[in-house]
Design a binder for this molecule. Sequence first.
Ligand code: ADP
Length: 248
Amino acid sequence: MSHDVILEAKGLTKEFEGFTAVNNVDLRVRRGSIHALIGPNGAGKTTLFSLLTRFLSATRGTIRFNGQDITRAHPADIARRGLVRSFQISAVYPKLSVLENVRLGLQRRVGSSFEFWRRESSLHGLNARAHELIDAVGLSSFVGHTAEELPYGRKRALEIAATLALDPEMMLLDEPTAGMGHEDIFKIAELIKQVAANRTVLVVEHNLNVVAHLSDTITVLQRGAILAEGTYADVSNNPAVREAYMGT
Ligand code: ADP
């Protein structure tokens, strides 16, 4: 595996009682890139995400992250290695404030290290870092609001901040702009670009404008298999993609 490939799946297959949801997928994600996964409903995008983060076990195939075989690793172990999936809104604690939600993520990374918690400066550092992240996702004016009080688009931003608090080397984002209005979509797209400045991002995204704007590489899935791969120009000019996905 070449050094600039951070995540590599080979022959990844998931069968559900005879139905093949992901079929022999080879995927290589370049370090530092924004890689989009697109395809019609039911193409297998979410299943592929779950396989990569080990929320589901593959029927066949291998996964390597940073050169190490993670095919059978525990999901928590994968997160510790730096591959983190941004959860659906439900993973943000609704009754906790924006600050508390982000700080919780930061605390989780620190764990229960006695040396850390013994120092008063650690707590100040933690708070300062939480405020930095909150600033970065544009939530400064919502710091004291509970998560459930936030408008929809802001909740997604909080979810990204809570994921960033874990300082992952690579983030998997599952439809970050789903259900958003135009203005929020634009904000989240900008946020993802910013997040990706020093990370790798793999994103499932339906909005093709966002995909075109963000992605270095796009993989198109259809019925569980890879239909095409390349830049936005490559895939949008691919006749098979136009026919199968864009309906032209
Ligand atoms: P996408 O995210 O691209 O919309 P999914 O990965 O959710 O696609 O689903 C791919 C296919 O696998 C769908 O046909 C879906 O019905 C099927 N599928 C997903 N999860 C399960 C499951 N747990 N059991 C059986 N079939 C499933």
